[in-house]
Every structure is written in structure tokens, then in C-alpha cells.
Design a protein around this ligand. Structure first.
Ligand SMILES: Nc1ncnc2c1ncn2[C@@H]1O[C@H](COP(=O)(O)OP(=O)(O)O)[C@@H](O)[C@H]1O
Ligand SMILES: [Mg+2]
Length: 211
């Protein structure tokens, strides 16, 4: 027992070690801070970051057939078909057999994706540990996304019509994902307005309480 505690203290000065696999969904509307907080969380907990948006944008940049198909959908602020993103996540899970845990960002975006993810994780003998849902007002979301559009190079961030369509798509199809995980008592709502550090502390405290 003592040895374990000492080992934990040594590790704690660098990163918080995960003793068993722990998987997190960072949930919230576009612009709620998922990407920002993900970078900090993966560094702290040694998780593998799986952002379907980032993977799709890489496909677009590489000019692959998948990227071409995805671009026309994403430019309208709509969701890429379930089977496409589920396939991407399935490959990413297979490509990281040694992972201590995964941080899902921007996925699942529909309840069909959520139940597919549960099945994929079950096959690996693991599950979602917690769904952290960032709450941000619509006014603040639009402000942040337009601001991100000034530097992100993302065409879907520069047009307010597309931004509004993405938020509407979130309310129509994605918010139900929180209800899906609520039935398993896995959702924790987090105040997503405030400084990046304040929000990071709230997220970390929730994770630490479940480890
Ligand atoms: N706590 C925060 N306060 C203000 N702006 C933030 C905060 N967190 C993120 N942002 C900004 O909001 C925009 C969207 O954040 P991002 O992390 O990309 O969101 P998401 O991945 O959920 O779409 C970015 O320009 C980012 O710099
Ligand atoms: Mg993002």
C-alpha cells in the first residue's frame, strides 16, 4: 500500500497516472471549448485525443475521396454520415491498443454514434467513464466561433449562417447524446464560461473524483 502511494506521489509531479483505462467524452456545442480543454486534459492524464473534426480536416487537407465528400457536408454546417465517423473511430481505437484511455472530442454527435461507440468499447473490455458537458450561451458561442474564424483557416467559422446552422444541428441531433448517457448517470454539466484555467480546474476535479 505504502509503495503504491509513494509511486503515485512521484508521478503526480509530472502527470496524473491512470491506473485503469479511463475514457472521457468532452461534450458541448461548437465553440464551447472542447478543443482547447482537450489539449490540456490529454497532457495531464496521458489520454489519446480523438477529435473526429480534426481527423476529417486532415482528410480534407490531404485531398482524399473521404475528405472531398466530407468538405461539402461540413461547409453547410451539417453532420457527416454516422457510418463514416464510426468507421474512423473504430480504426483509431484499433490503432492505439496500448492507450491508457481516450478523450473523445466532437464524437459521438448522434445517439446512433453513441450506441456504436459503447459497443466498440465493450469489445475492448472498457466503457465511457464520464461525459463532461460544457455549457456556454449561444451568444458567447457565436462570438467565439467568429473570433476563431479570424485565425483558424476554417471556412465554417467565418460565415455566421454556417455557424448558426451548426448550432441548430447540435440542438436537433447532438444534444440527445447527453440524454443517452444521462440514463447511465454518466453526465456532468460544467460551466463553460470563465477563464480557460478555471474551466480546466472544474474538469480536472470531476475526473479526479471518478478515478
Ligand atoms: N474559456 C474560454 N473563454 C473564451 N474563449 C474560449 C474559451 N475556451 C475556448 N475559447 C475560444 O473559443 C473558440 C472555440 O474553442 P474550441 O476549443 O475550438 O471549441 P470547440 O472545439 O468546442 O469547437 C476558440 O477560438 C477558443 O480560443
Ligand atoms: Mg473542436
Amino acid at each position: 500500500m505504502e509503495t503504491v502511494l509513494v509511486a503515485r506521489c512521484i508521478f503526480a509531479t509530472q502527470a496524473t497516472p491512470l491506473l485503469t483505462m479511463f475514457n472521457i467524452i468532452l461534450f458541448g456545442p461548437p465553440g464551447s471549448g472542447k478543443g482547447t480543454q482537450s489539449e490540456m486534459l490529454i497532457a495531464k492524464y496521458g489520454l489519446i485525443h480523438l477529435s473526429t473534426g480534426d481527423i476529417l480536416r486532415k482528410e480534407i487537407a490531404a485531398g482524399t475521396p473521404l475528405g472531398l465528400e466530407a468538405k461539402s457536408i461540413m461547409d453547410k454546417g451539417e453532420l457527416v454520415p454516422d457510418e463514416v465517423v464510426i468507421g474512423m473511430i473504430s480504426s483509431a481505437l484499433e490503432a492505439n491498443p496500448e492507450a491508457k484511455g481516450f478523450l473523445f472530442d466532437g464524437f459521438p454527435r448522434t445517439t446512433a454514434q453513441a450506441s456504436a461507440l459503447d459497443k466498440l468499447l465493450q469489445l475492448k473490455g472498457t466503457e465511457i467513464g464520464i461525459v463532461l458537458a460544457l455549457e456556454v450561451s449561444e451568444e458567447e458561442l457565436v462570438k467565439r466561433l467568429l473570433n476563431r474564424g479570424l485565425t483558424s483557416g476554417r471556412s465554417d467559422d467565418t460565415n455566421e449562417v454556417v455557424i448558426t446552422a451548426r448550432i441548430a444541428e447540435y440542438r436537433k441531433k447532438t444534444s440527445a447524446v447527453a440524454d443517452y448517457y444521462q440514463q447511465f448517470d454518466k453526465v456532468k454539466n460544467i460551466q463553460g464560461e470563465g477563464s480557460v484555467e478555471e474551466i480546466f480546474t472544474l474538469l480536472s476535479n470531476e475526473i479526479d473524483s471518478r478515478l
